[in-house]
Design a protein around this ligand. Structure first.
Ligand SMILES: Nc1nc2c(ncn2[C@@H]2O[C@H](COP(=O)(O)OP(=O)(O)O)[C@@H](O)[C@H]2O)c(=O)[nH]1
Ligand SMILES: [Mg+2]
Length: 224
């Protein structure tokens, strides 16, 4: 079950989906805009994949690992500041969005409300949104705030997939237990993708698998 897919353990060229993912994420990835309202979100024909999770879950690190850039997603790393959704164009084939982190201890009620409002607007206003990757720290598992986000995604009927992060920090036996527990939680969620991804940005585990998953959602060639 735990198949972090250490990329060195197989020949990537033999797996077309893995190769598709590699090629897609080797394309240029360009920061477009940080949107704070529906009006400032870019008009686009591209399919879209969003990354969400608690603050500090490893979201910036994962986006940087996927795209092979060290500093691409750093722009979004301002907990407590103005909440914005950052849009990145990946090779004119897929839009990636970095949602503001949630769940940090000192968040005020108004900040939580602001998060909910922006995310609801986004979920409602982006018919091209194909998937939300919901990142969960493998050391902590699902928290109450994650469950709230899952409910929000269920209500919006947006397909989402759980991605466990920092799996280099969690023993395999604990990881298996976490996956088992999380699967039980997932069963009640209509919009959840059944497969839980196992990743580590630091050890680069599961990165090529996640790239392959997301490449299946991209358009096959550039828009222009
Ligand atoms: N051990 C380990 N630490 C990680 C990993 N990914 C991120 N981190 C650490 O977790 C902290 C938060 O990461 P960051 O990507 O900024 O999280 P964000 O707030 O969700 O964007 C940083 O100290 C990272 O170095 C990982 O795969 N393994
Ligand atoms: Mg960040």
């Amino acid at each position: 079950m735990v198949n972090p897919g250490n990329s060195s353990s197989f020949n990537e060229k033999e797996y077309p989906a893995i190769e598709d993912g590699r090629i897609l994420f080797a394309q240029e990835c360009t920061f477009l805009v940080g949107a704070t309202s529906i009006e400032t979100m870019p008009l686009s024909e591209l399919n879209e994949v969003a990354f969400a999770g608690r603050s500090n879950v490893g979201k910036s690190s994962l986006i940087n690992s996927l795209t092979g850039r060290k500093t691409l997603a750093r722009i979004s790393n301002t907990p407590g500041r103005t909440q914005q959704i950052n849009f990145f164009d990946l090779g004119e084939r897929l839009m990636l969005t970095d949602l503001p982190g949630y769940g940090y201890a000192k968040a005020s009620k108004s900040l939580v409300q602001q998060w909910n409002k922006l995310i609801r607007l986004y979920l409602k206003g982006r018919p091209q949104l194909r998937r939300v990757c919901l990142l969960i720290d493998s050391r902590h598992g699902l928290k109450e705030t994650d469950k709230n986000t899952m409910q929000l995604l269920d209500e919006a009927a947006v397909s989402y997939q759980l991605v466990l992060t920092k799996c280099d920090k969690t023993k395999e036996s604990l990881l298996l237990k976490l996956i088992e527990r999380t699967n039980i939680n997932l069963s009640g969620h209509v919009a959840a993708h059944p497969e839980i991804m196992v990743t580590s940005s630091i050890k680069r585990l599961g990165i090529s698998q996640l790239r392959a998953e997301l490449a299946a959602l991209a358009i096959k060639s550039k828009v222009r």
